[in-house]
Ligand binder design. Sequence first.
Ligand code: SF4
Length: 74
Amino acid sequence: MSSWGCPHQLNEICQKVQGAYCRPGMRGCILAGKVTFHDGVVPFPEWPLGTDPKVRAAVEAGLRASEGSKGETS
Ligand code: SF4
């Protein structure tokens, strides 16, 4: 039996998406586009309480700019 571990995950936090919770397949994740979500929409990151709102806004703006409307099916 084998398992896969993401090299960007540390204590359930994604280091690639600057401190968001690890949510495999979310926007910014290395698995984005390889995971199908039940509603067909690739979700934005979810953030731990206390995350600096400026960091969160900057990261989400960057994801929107880099991905455009990709991830939305309607
Ligand atoms: S969200 Fe994706 S890139 Fe980030 S830690 Fe989880 S699996 Fe890795």
